[in-house]
Every structure is written in C-alpha cells, then in structure tokens.
Design a protein around this ligand. Structure first.
Ligand SMILES: [Fe+2]
Length: 282
C-alpha cells in the first residue's frame, strides 16, 4: 500500500492568474507522482488546498486533479472554506458540518479530520468533532488506522508556526487517540516543511508543501521587532510517500526536482546489489 501526500497547495495566491506560481508547482508535483513506479494507490491533499477559500480556486484545483490515475482525498486547512469547497466537491462527507470521514485504503483505514476554525490560523478540534472521532475509533479497534488532518498538534520549533501544546484542542485530540493501539500514525501539513515527532505514542509527520516552503529558522520571533529574516523561500515543491510494509507505515519525503545521478545499477554495481540481497536473512 502506497499513499502519496501533498499539502498546502495555496491555489489562488495570485488571484485571476490561472498560470500562477503555485499552480506550476502543483503541476510539477502531480507530474512527478504520475510518473512514479509503483504508482501510489491514493493521493491525500491535506489542506490549504486554496489560498483564499474562493470557488474559482477550488475549480482550478478540480481541473488540476482531473484525470489522475489514483483517487484523491482531501481535508481542509485554515485557508480553506467549507461551503465553497463543498460547492465544488459535493460528494465529500460532512458530519455535523465538519469534513470528517473514514476511508478504507487497502489493509489500512484512514480517519480524516477537520481542524479548520474560520478566522484562525491555528488548529481546532471541538467536542462535536471529538465525539465523532471517538465513535469512529471505537467502531474498529483492529484495522491499522492512519489519522489525516491539516494542523500538527505539536510544537515544531518554528516560532510563528508553532502549535502551543497547552491549546485545548490538542488535549482533546490527544485524549481521543491515547491508548488506541491500532492507530499507527498521524499525517498532516500546515508547517510547509517536513518534520516528524513522537507524540502520544504515535508518529506525527508533517508533509512539505507544494507551495513555497517556510524557512527552517528556530529563533524566537517578536512581532514588535521585525528583523527582515527570510520567512518563505522557493525550495522545490515536495511531497510525501507513506509506504505500508505490512507492519509499519514508513514515510519518505521527496521533491519534484531532478538531481544529478552519481551511480547507476549497471554491471559494476550489480555484484554489490547481489551481495546485499544475498546476505538476508541472517
Ligand atoms: Fe499553508
């Protein structure tokens, strides 16, 4: 089972510009995913699908996703708008007005959560959403389950993007997930960088964005003293590949960019490959 993830697409950052930079970066990433061998079984797009929550941008997203050789499942981020998303993608499942749903994905089960709170940059997870999650988790306590959402419930160290671990929504989510042995991980976005963390007994992995990245800068930040630091940089667009090996979910990150090849599987390297395969198992 191979699950690709993209996040923080931010289509419509340049309004009325269908060929905008973020669309080019999305298309480069999708071209890369379509060329993968093996192909992903599923693509997750984990929020901030568009930049301003407008219907036109969701239509452009729909156009960009059209014809992909794998299904696409989405969740909402702080830049998204539930009503405008639903106007373009009406088949998605809403529970109590929130875009939360479960999904069978081969041997895995995905639980997609909605952490959007309109008007707020950071995440949210109210009691209504938590009640639904408890029921969903209780309904299947054996199938390996991956949690999918936009906001990471962790303090990543990039001061202006941090989640404060004391935020009530973090506690509520943690209370739902703690002790659920079949929950194998939580994948999310929002940070515009790749990170991983052990949290509440499971691995939380943030996927780097297709839109420009947040600079890796772990210094404190003071809104009253702008210091001209770089905040957003044009690193290559990137994606994650979550590989289920039958026991664990293994997350790979890569960029939609070609690099110089320094070694190839040719006659010179074939003996080494043979040795490496032959020495298993020990
Ligand atoms: Fe974002």
């Amino acid at each position: 089972m191979l699950i690709a993830q993209i996040t923080d697409i931010h289509l419509g950052f340049e309004p009325d510009s269908p060929a905008e930079f973020n669309r080019q970066r999305l298309d480069r990433t999708l071209e890369r995913l379509v060329a993968l061998d093996p192909l992903p079984d599923l693509l997750l797009a984990t929020g901030d699908l568009v930049d301003r929550g407008d219907v036109d941008s969701y239509r452009r997203l729909q156009e960009a996703f059209a014809g992909l050789p794998f299904p696409v499942e989405m969740c909402l981020g702080n830049h998204d708008d539930r009503a405008n998303f639903a106007a373009v993608f009406p088949v998605r499942q809403y529970v109590g007005g929130y875009l939360q749903y479960t999904l069978a994905a081969g041997p895995l089960r995905l639980i997609v959560l909605d952490t959007l709170e309109p008007g707020r940059h950071g995440g949210a997870f109210c009691e209504a959403r938590a009640q639904w999650l408890r029921a969903a988790l209780g309904a299947d306590t054996t199938t390996p389950t991956l949690i999918v959402q936009h906001h990471p419930p962790i303090e990543v160290g990039i001061a202006w993007m941090n989640t404060d671990p004391s935020e009530p929504w973090v506690h509520r989510l943690a209370e739902c997930l703690t002790g659920r042995d079949n929950v194998i991980g939580l994948v999310c976005g929002h940070i515009h960088r790749a990170t991983s963390c052990h949290w509440q007994g499971l691995t939380v992995a943030t996927c780097p964005s297709t839109a420009p990245q947040v600079t890796l800068d772990l210094r404190p930040i003071d809104p009253a003293r702008p210091d001209n630091r770089a905040m957003i940089i044009a690193e290559p667009p990137a994606y994650a590949l979550h590989f289920w090996n039958g026991r664990e979910i293994v997350t790979h990150w890569d960029t939609a960019q070609d690099y110089p090849v320094l070694a190839r599987f040719d006659a010179n390297l074939a003996p080494m490959v043979g040795e490496m395969l032959a020495e298993r198992p020990i």
